[in-house]
Every structure is written in structure tokens, then in C-alpha cells.
Design a protein around this ligand. Structure first.
Ligand code: NOJ
Length: 552
């Protein structure tokens, strides 16, 4: 087996299966629905899919709570359906990366069920159990989790608690136990032997925990994070997976990192260290909040985004590889975000697409992003399904301080904004299903849908097609250097990429108004090869205008 760098020419499309396409009309997306849309993906031009979890699961966290790693959740279909999907993807030159969720299992996983019913079960040490304080009345320490509240859950009225950094139904695995690591390797081999091309590794930087399990100084959010983020054996565990599994297949891995510093990230993706191919870091999506907490919203500034993107572009050039994204299933939609607005939906969406697509790294597109789907504009918590939003809502209702701090943001930043059914056409339920979907369709589906986008040559979809075609195999984008230009313009993020004698200049305006930029005259002799406007003025950028110049 020869290891290749195929991921450097990949454009990856993320499918959130329950929201993508419903083939059997039960209001819930499925694998056959995905198969029916593979020609759509082929036409768009992507060459890889990241599939959010389709394994058996009670769906407390929409599949990120796995009860059986070797089988498919029955509402998504069967293993045979999965195999057909994989073959149909490969036939079209589309690779598949699976979601790997191994920081935790579901509490419905057989291992956990056995532990709860029998304290002496051989699986006890697969999880993290500790004795509670005060005869079991209080949790073992004050750590809090990602969905708010204590990270510990008591087992019945015993003295025992188990650690869960997410929902109660997602007990954390004990990676200190070599048997757990060996189970993970078996899971990986099972799917790789079937032919999948890699993994997106869910919250992978949480797998190693400091073993003191002591209380920490109280914190507003994620109390104890120094103990469970980037723990002491993280790198060792990843190297072990690489040595025993990943190095034997031509695969790529992308690790979701939570609050990883650049130094930590560099270690994770340094090819010499054999850990991960690339990581998802959230520095850029955190530019509109305080302390990485999305509910604490901060005014967006293009220059802050520029600063963060530049830091990662420069730091990983030649010693790692970036992932590039502006949306996923945990983020609200990019239309109306990052300084853009729904009034200039098309201009803003194309501008953001241009900005991140021409950087060095592998771009990811989240389903619906390519047609400029918007937030859902929820008006009540009853419209939302996501467990995270419900937990936060409960917390806010029980605590006046939290209520003041976060309540206004829950609907706007809810993850369900990205999880509404894919808008395929203007028929009932947006062509996603003929039955009422599990989450309501966004009202604007009659005008914003794939059918309309495909037929309009000026659509966001057709713009993405051009971008994808332009970038695959382009050496400047793949290997070129990166430098910021037009530094002194508050609402402009512009950069130049250079490789040998080739040069690409990318100019993006984040302003809703015309912006005069005298310095653009410098590029009079260059050719505009892409733009979100038909005519480009010599020294004026129109609202959210982007243009890409190439040296003639
Ligand atoms: C990150 C996933 O992207 C998110 O959807 C999930 O809730 C958590 N990890 C827990 O698995």
C-alpha cells in the first residue's frame, strides 16, 4: 500500500444524514436518499464526502451517541444500503470519510449496559467511574461538560458516578485502558477494510484525561478543562492508532480539536509525528464570540478574522495541512454571519466562499451551504430538537445570571439552524420528504432551493462549481505562499498567493457599502478570473464584492 496525498486535492462535502434526503418518506433522511443525490454531488464537483454518524444509536445527540459501531441505525437503512452507497460513490470518483466518535459511546452501548447492571463486569474499566463525595450525594469533583451542568452522573442511588463530557447518554470511554484502544482499532479496521477512505475524529483532543480527578477553580463554562482537553497522553494515543492502523491504509484523518493552541495543533498535524492528517480548529468561528463560548456574542470584525486565518496559514505552511471551513452541523449558517447579511445573501455567500476556498488546505462544504441556505429563525424552544439548546435553555431558566448572559442568543446560535432539512425544490417540505420532517423546514425554501440554484447561472451553487473546478489541481492554491495585502482597510480581507511565477490576488470586501480602494489600480494589468459581480470598477468595491486577479 502506498500512502498518497490525495486529500490535498480533495473538496469535501459534509452530509448530515437525517437532514439530507428522505427516500422512504418517514420524515427522516436516509442512505438511499443520499444515493439518489450522488449525481448532484458529482455535478457540483466535490470528490469526497464526510458522513456524520450513521451507526446504531438512540439518537440522543443525533447519532454522536453510538450504541453499536458495527451496524447501521435502522432509520438510515441497512449495511447493504451502506455498501451500495460506498460503491456508488467510488464509481463517481467520490471518496468517503466516516465520523469516528470514540471519546464516548452511548449509554445504550452493550458495554455500558453491562457495567450498569453488573458492577463486576469486565467492561467496568471501559468507562470512567469514580465515587461521589458525601456518601455519593455529591459528584466526585466540580467538572462541568460541554452541554452545561456537571460532567458526572450518578448511577441509581449508589455512590458511583460516571464521567460524561456531553449528554448523560454519552459516557466517556477510558482510554487509559489498553482494551478500549484495542476495541477502537478493531472498529477502524472494520470500516477501512470495507473500503472507506478516512475518518473525521469527533472531539479527539478529549480522549486523554489527567488522572487526578480533582476539583478545579470554579469557572463559568467547562470547569476542569485543563484536565480533559489536550490531556497528557493524547499524542501517544494518536501515534498508537497511526502505528497500528492508519499507516497501513491510504487514508486521511481530520481531528476535531476543541480549544487547541497553535503549538498543540502543530504537533497533531506534523507529518513526521504520525498523528492526524489535519484538524478542524475553531479559532476563526470563534471570532464572533468571547472565550470560545458561542452564546457570548461579540461584534464581528473582518480584521480579527484576517488575523486568525493568517496565523494558521503562515504557521502550517510547509509543516502541516489546514482544513478550511465556514460551516458544519454544529455551527449556525454562514449567510448573515462573519459580517454578511441576508439582504446581500448571494454576494456575501460568494464572497465568503472565495475567501476560504483559495487558502492553502482542504476545503469542506456543509450541505446547503452551496445554495446559500440561511438560519431557521426559530421563535420558540419547542421548534428546536437539539439536546444542547434544550440543556442551555433549562440552565438559563434556572439561573437569572445565565439568563441575562445567554438567553437572547440560544435561538440564533442553536445548532439546529444548520440541521433543517436540505432544500431541494419548492414543493412541500422542500422536496426533502413527502412526510413532515423531524425538524421544520426553513420558510424560505420556495425561493432558496437546489433546483432553482442549478438552473440560475448566477447562483451561489454555480459559483461554487466554478470555484471547485478552479481549485482542484491548481498548484498556486495547493502549494503557494500566502501574504496579506491591503492591510489598512478596515473592512477588507485580501491576500496574495504565489507559486513559482504564478500569482493569485484575492480581494474580499466585508462592507455593505461601496468602498473606494485606490490601490486596486495596481492590478489594472491583471485579469479578473472570478468575481461575484459582473462588472468590476477600477477603484471601487461594491457591497461584499470579491474578485480574484491572476497575473496575465
Ligand atoms: C462534536 C460533534 O460535532 C457534535 O455534534 C457532538 O454533539 C459532540 N462532538 C459530541 O459527540
Amino acid at each position: 500500500m502506498k500512502k498518497t496525498d490525495w486529500y490535498k486535492d480533495a473538496v469535501i462535502y459534509q452530509i448530515y444524514p437525517r437532514s439530507f434526503c428522505d427516500s422512504n418518506n418517514d420524515g427522516f433522511g436516509d442512505i438511499n436518499g443520499i444515493i439518489s443525490k450522488l449525481d448532484y454531488l458529482k455535478d457540483l464537483g466535490v470528490n469526497c464526502v464526510w458522513l456524520s454518524p450513521v451507526y446504531c444509536s438512540p439518537q440522543e445527540d443525533n447519532g454522536y451517541d453510538i450504541s453499536d459501531y458495527y451496524n447501521i441505525y435502522q432509520r438510515f437503512g441497512t449495511m447493504d444500503d451502506f455498501k451500495v452507497m460506498l460503491a456508488e460513490m467510488h464509481k463517481r470518483g467520490i471518496r468517503l470519510i466516516m465520523d469516528l466518535v470514540v471519546n464516548h459511546t452511548s449509554s445504550e452501548h452493550d458495554w455500558f449496559k453491562q457495567v450498569v447492571s453488573n458492577k463486576d463486569s469486565k467492561y467496568r474499566d471501559y468507562y470512567i467511574f469514580k465515587k461521589g463525595k458525601k456518601n455519593g450525594k455529591k459528584p466526585p469533583n466540580n467538572w462541568t461538560g460541554f452541554f452545561g451542568g456537571s460532567a458526572w452522573e450518578r448511577v441509581g442511588d449508589s455512590q458511583d458516578y460516571y464521567l460524561h463530557l456531553f449528554a448523560k447518554g454519552q459516557p466517556d470511554l477510558n482510554w487509559e485502558n489498553p482494551k478500549v484502544r484495542s476495541e477502537v482499532k478493531n472498529i477502524l479496521k472494520f470500516w477501512l477494510d470495507m473500503g472507506v477512505d478516512g475518518f473525521r475524529c469527533d472531539v479527539i483532543t478529549l480522549i486523554s484525561k489527567k488522572q487526578d480527578f480533582k476539583s478545579r477553580f470554579p469557572a463559568l463554562a467547562l470547569c476542569g478543562k485543563d484536565a480533559y482537553i489536550n490531556g497528557p497522553r493524547l499524542h501517544e494515543f494518536l501515534q498508537e492508532l497511526d502505528r497500528d492502523v492508519f499507516s497501513k491504509y491510504d487514508v486521511m484523518t481530520v481531528g476535531e480539536t476543541v480549544m487547541s493552541s497553535l503549538d498543540e495543533a502543530k504537533k497533531l498535524v506534523d507529518p513526521k509525528r504520525h498523528e492526524l492528517t489535519m484538524i478542524f480548529n475553531f479559532d476563526h468561528t470563534d471570532t464572533d464570540n468571547y472565550m470560545g463560548v458561542k452564546y457570548l456574542r461579540k461584534k464581528f470584525k473582518a480584521k480579527n478574522l484576517q488575523k486568525v486565518v493568517t496565523k494558521w496559514q503562515l504557521s502550517l505552511h510547509d509543516c502541516g495541512w489546514n482544513s478550511l471551513f465556514i460551516e458544519n452541523h454544529d455551527q449556525r449558517r454562514s449567510v448573515g454571519r462573519f459580517g454578511t447579511c441576508e439582504e446581500y445573501r448571494k454576494e456575501g455567500a460568494k464572497m465568503l466562499a472565495t475567501l476560504y476556498f483559495l487558502l492553502q488546505g482542504t476545503p469542506f462544504i456543509y450541505e446547503g451551504q452551496e445554495i446559500g441556505m440561511t438560519n431557521a429563525h426559530f421563535k420558540s424552544i419547542d421548534e428546536i430538537v437539539d439536546i444542547e439548546a434544550h440543556n442551555m435553555d433549562k440552565l438559563a431558566k434556572s439561573n437569572i445570571f445565565l439568563r441575562m448572559l445567554i438567553h437572547g442568543s440560544i435561538f440564533d446560535v442553536s445548532r439546529d439552524n444548520a440541521r433543517t432539512p436540505m432544500q431541494w425544490d419548492d414543493t412541500a417540505y422542500a422536496g426533502f420528504s413527502s412526510a413532515k420532517p423531524w425538524l421544520r423546514v426553513t420558510d424560505n425554501y420556495k425561493s432558496i432551493n437546489a433546483k432553482e440554484s442549478i438552473s440560475d447561472p448566477d447562483s451561489i451553487y454555480n459559483y461554487y462549481k466554478k470555484l471547485i473546478e478552479f481549485r482542484i489541481g491548481n498548484e498556486v492554491i495547493k502549494n503557494g505562499t500566502y501574504d496579506v495585502i491591503l492591510k489598512n482597510y478596515k473592512n477588507i480581507f485580501a491576500y496574495v498567493r504565489k507559486y513559482k511565477e504564478n500569482e493569485l490576488i484575492v480581494i474580499c470586501s466585508f462592507s455593505k457599502k461601496d468602498t473606494r480602494v485606490k490601490k486596486l489600480e495596481k492590478y489594472n494589468n491583471y485579469e479578473v478570473i472570478l468575481s461575484n459581480y459582473k462588472d468590476n470598477l477600477a477603484t471601487i468595491l461594491k457591497p461584499y464584492e470579491c474578485r480574484v486577479y491572476s497575473k496575465k
